[in-house]
Design a protein around this ligand. Sequence first.
Ligand code: ATP
Length: 245
Amino acid sequence: MAGGYAIEAEGLTKDFGNIQALGGVSFSVKENEIYGLIGHNGAGKTTALRILSTLISATSGSAKVFGFDVDKQPHKVREILSYLPEEAGAYQQLSGIEFLEFMAGFYAKSKPEMKEIVEQGRIISDLGDRLNERVKGYSKGMKRRLLIARTLMMKPKLAILDEPTSGLDVIQSVNVRNVIKDYADNEGVSILLSSHNMLEVEYMCHKVALINQGFVVAEGTPRGLIEEYGKQNLEEVFMEVTNVE
Ligand code: ATP
């Protein structure tokens, strides 16, 4: 492990044809930290998360996850991270609990471990008896809870969460934020997440990077940034650094 860092990203760029999604993004996430990427639609958040999750390659730059290079050692990286895409589906024909069992089967090395992982998933999902129903009939929020449970239940060293509370109501969002905080504080899971919700980010993240048009335009602790820019909250900081009136 390299110096207690979960992520070290250095000068990441990504071009999709003529579109430059990332123009040179650098940031690092310490072990057990909750780190947030914030930015407008199209700022490049998902692209950065997908590069770190080994799903796509950067055009240039480099990134390491717990010292493993995402490009040269993707299998090592995949063993220790779990990724929640922005828009993910679960197998519609399975029941919620069958889905958790199916996913746990990829990680568990023994029956007791499998039972423990599924139990964690059951608790995180907070779906109670409805876990016995087919995913097909779940609401959007229920599916999101199931997918968050799938991502965190095996206690990965690093969880990458793209808009974790998207589609959730206020109560569900609060529950999910608390679950994420709990996994970082007590289960040794480092977290990189993206969000549009500044209140959420202010509440949850130890550190944030504000991304605009493919570049990090400010970075720091939420409180530190608010003080540095002399603002009331992170939303006002964000408006100033991205030049939105
Ligand atoms: P949102 O908050 O809307 O999810 P984002 O910050 O996650 O946005 P990205 O999805 O990373 O933004 O997109 C950054 C830019 O790259 C956008 O202009 C987008 O259209 C472009 N882009 C992303 N993926 C592709 C792709 N596969 N092909 C072409 N362009 C892409």
